[in-house]
Design a protein around this ligand. Sequence first.
Ligand SMILES: C[S@@+](CC[C@H](N)C(=O)[O-])C[C@H]1O[C@@H](n2cnc3c(N)ncnc32)[C@H](O)[C@@H]1O
Ligand code: SF4
Ligand code: SF4
Length: 358
Amino acid sequence: MTLSRPAPIPVAPALPDFAQIEPIGRCNLACRMCTVNDRGDTVGELPFEQFAAILAQLPQLKRLHLQGLGEPMLHPRFFDMVALAARQGIDVSTNTNLTLLTEARARRCVTSGLRSLSVSLDGASAAVYESIRVGASFDKVVRNLGRLMAARTAADSPLHVRGVMVLMRRNLSELPPLIRLLHDHGVHELLVQRLSSDLTQPDLPARYIPIQRYCDTAELTPADLRHAEAVFAQARAQAAALRFTLHLPRLTAPTPTPDAATGPPPRCNWPSEQLYLTAAGEMLPCCMVATADRATLGNVLNGAPRQAPADPADPAEPAKPDVAGVWAGARAQAFRTALESDTPPAVCQSCALYRGTF
Ligand SMILES: C[S@@+](CC[C@H](N)C(=O)[O-])C[C@H]1O[C@@H](n2cnc3c(N)ncnc32)[C@H](O)[C@@H]1O
Ligand code: SF4
Ligand code: SF4
């Protein structure tokens, strides 16, 4: 997803062909930058039958990312969900911390119809990785990566596997060795991303303040830029030599071009082009929001507004919302309208994508 300046973003667009659905909202780890264990919204486990009912409401769907905030492989029917969507011709992808990958799950990764699997690895050494991914064992995860790639080879499977790294001051220097580690395991792609938000939104629930403080100390500072540029240069050269696909984030926010300076600034079109549901049925504007207590467009399962609107002028959702009803509902329209305006929703003001650095 990128920032763009298209014609005005429609406030009630057609249902999109891409959706992200969270199968389960809890995790076995406590990564330092992740809000999963502090979320104040309902921590759901989406029943398989409700997942199937949601899919039936999305006949236009072409791509499904089956992951939200939580570890998808904790859901007892995760691979049944993958298989159901794949049988309907949908491209299914997911992210995993890879800590729960048994031999049996490795086989299901390559037999369920899963198209793409992103493996989160925030370090190339046990010390750095385990200091970020609290509760995980680096050695076991590396073993599991070997297990996954062996199952892929044994099945001659086209499953696309890539690494994902959240770049922070603490793991910056681990980038080149991580490329080497992935390459040595037969993985030829790495997506490096920045922290999604500095969590400075003015109405941030207080329970997120410790994570906000962590993100504040973890995020690269201007003083890190020279070192970061050198590490990126080394990583690019290494990737080229290994024929490895490397996606690096911006180190600084883009400076406006002369044309952009005279025109309106680019806007995020995520809430109009991609649909996001938590395991409890909350439709969020995007994956960067991650929890419904930071912003929600309404609930597609329980038929009731999550909470009474603070402002009587902000209408509640209809009594029995479904996916299309919430997608086109008053809250969704109000969010998209605010995002187009000069005063975006509070949650967007602290978003790395909105700032152009993600
Ligand atoms: C929330 S996790 C859920 C899937 C799975 N548990 C995992 O770790 O891959 C999805 C991705 O978000 C990343 N992530 C977590 N907190 C983040 C943050 N504050 N900023 C950017 N990415 C983050 C994780 O590293 C992971 O790659
Ligand atoms: S990043 Fe993934 S593995 Fe880590 S705590 Fe969050 S949901 Fe769990
Ligand atoms: S938080 Fe706002 S700006 Fe960021 S991705 Fe979501 S909708 Fe777009």
